[in-house]
Design a binder for this molecule. Structure first.
Ligand code: PLP
Length: 497
């Protein structure tokens, strides 16, 4: 490890590393997030692997919160960035036309759902997903002359005021939150297709009941797979029903593909699983090939904006557009969405076996290489635990037969276990594996590996994860806040693959 890369001279690598972490915690805001649970100092990275200033190597299944479709520093991305730098092209161009932007837009439109590809428009935004979400809201409000928005429980759309309100934070005055279907914690207690049907029925009733208190909204925003909400793939039939309900009432449907886009879920865009054609798509993260970029694409008919209605100084990030175009092209040409679908299914199968072995795993689910493992506390719900333990493979996800989800019995789902999920995350880190936490109670361990991950690397990830679960769920494991340790259902069942 080259110490010359570190900002200040220090007596030893360990001291330099400690100093950086100490300075970070004393200077950066209390709002910092990943830095708290992942106290590492990355100095070098390639593909799935990050090397820390402490000399340790980690398998990175956080991937910049799902931004790194090709992993770290992929050669095609580096080459694209270098070619812009070497060309003498301006790096800052506001929203002027450039060959780099033109190439990015062409490449992006080649991947879009049919109707948007044919006649969509694009607005480049300030380079964060949340600004693109704000732009989408502003667009549909301008186009419809209406104000309110429909969003879903468990949604995450960003941290600016409007996006936060749609995510259940902030004032939320203009947002109606509707149930997002899920099996394990189904709001109707039934899960499966019936749970999805009831969720759609409630939405329809709220829209049509003149006394529901829900006025006709400017738009509906939905994640085709909820990411931060705990990796919840929308049932395809339910999403199609949302499309029918909104289309019949002239309500623009906004698909937030910030996290699900660019092959992540096993389709190039996650709406591709259901064939839904949204009116607006919100794009960020992977479209910038690891650099900041955000945009919305939308039906031409919605373009009621006046010049300057949505603006921003940094809408023309040339390096991100070059890196993004290279990424989109690589994912498309190498069929990486299909690869994510196949590998994701295999990984879910192996995780299903792990869930069978540990009653502290409530459910595993996912779509492509967007995978979640929900940790629960069987210690605090023995009755329900028995029902869960007797079920079939506790796996839900895109591409799986309908109704294979684990639907808890009369006892309902077991209590969420953020403490156990955090313990698993720490055990993973100890074993050189970086994973993300998410879900309603931060009880879901999330895997977002790059789409370029090899079969061997995927096995290594699952080996380390299984080992970490064994450590965090072993008899006698001390997890803060959990009364009695969980036990594996079968002795020695830590690595069931
Ligand atoms: N929408 C979704 C679905 C996201 O997952 C995120 C971030 O995780 C955002 C919007 C916000 O993006 P950003 O963090 O770039 O503002």
């Amino acid at each position: 490890m080259a110490l010359t890369q570190l900002p200040s001279p220090a007596a030893s690598p360990a001291a330099a590393y400690e100093g950086i972490l100490r300075r970070q915690s004393s200077r950066e805001s209390a709002a910092r997030t990943y830095a708290r649970s992942l106290p590492i100092v990355p100095v070098r990275a390639r593909g799935l692997t990050i090397e820390g200033a402490d000399g340790r190597r980690y398998l990175d299944c956080l991937s910049g919160a799902g931004s790194l479709a090709l992993g770290h520093n992929h050669p095609v991305v580096l080459e694209a960035i270098r070619s812009v730098l070497d060309s003498g092209a301006p790096l800052h161009v506001l929203d002027l036309a450039t060959p780099v932007k033109d190439a990015f837009t062409e490449e992006l439109f080649a991947t879009l759902p049919r109707e948007l590809a044919a006649s969509g428009r694009i607005q480049f935004c300030s380079p964060a997903g949340t600004d693109a979400v704000e732009a989408a809201f502003k667009l549909v409000r301008t186009a419809t002359g209406r104000d309110g928005l429909l969003a879903f429980t468990g949604a995450y759309h960003g941290m600016t005021e409007g996006a936060l309100a749609a995510s259940g934070g902030g004032s939320g005055a203009r947002v109606t939150r509707l149930p997002y279907p899920q099996d394990y914690r189904c709001p109707f207690g039934v899960g499966g297709q019936e749970g999805a049907r009831l969720a759609a029925r409630l939405t329809e009733s709220l829209l049509d009941d003149p006394k529901s208190g829900v006025r006709r909204p400017a738009g509906m925003i939905v994640e085709p797979v909820q990411g931060e909400g705990g990796v919840l793939p929308a049932p395809e039939g339910w999403l199609r029903r949302m499309r029918e309900l909104t289309a019949a009432r002239s309500i623009p449907l906004i698909a937030d593909e910030v996290q699900t886009g660019v092959g992540r879920t096993g389709a190039f865009w996650a709406v591709g699983h259901s064939g839904v054609e949204p009116d607006v798509m919100v794009l960020s993260k992977a479209i910038g090939g690891s650099l900041p970029l955000a945009a919305i694409v939308y039906r031409d008919a919605l373009d009621a904006w006046q010049p300057g209605d949505h603006a921003g100084t940094f809408r023309g990030n040339q390096l991100a557009m070059a890196a993004g175009a290279a990424t989109l092209r690589y994912v498309r040409e190498n069929g990486l969405a299909g690869r994510a679908a196949t590998l994701g299914r295999r990984m879910l199968e192996r995780l299903g076996a792990l869930a069978e072995a540990y009653d502290c795993i409530g459910e595993v689910r996912g779509a492509g290489l967007m995978i979640g493992i929900e940790f629960v506390e069987p210690e605090r719900g023995a009755g329900a635990c028995e029902v869960l333990g007797g079920g079939g493979a506790p796996v839900t996800g895109a591409g799986l037969p309908a109704g294979t989800g684990r639907v808890p019995g009369a006892g309902g789902p077991l209590p969420a276990s953020p403490a156990r999920a955090a313990a698993v995350q720490q055990e993973c880190l100890r074993r050189g594996l970086i994973v993300e936490l998410g879900g309603r109670h931060s009880c879901v361990v999330r895997l977002l590996p790059p789409l370029t991950i090899t079969d061997e690397q995927a096995e290594a990830v699952l080996d380390r994860l299984a080992d970490a679960v064994a450590a965090a769920c072993r008899p006698g494991a001390r997890i803060p806040g959990i009364p009695t340790p969980s036990t594996p259902k079968e002795a020695g069942a830590a690595s069931p693959a």
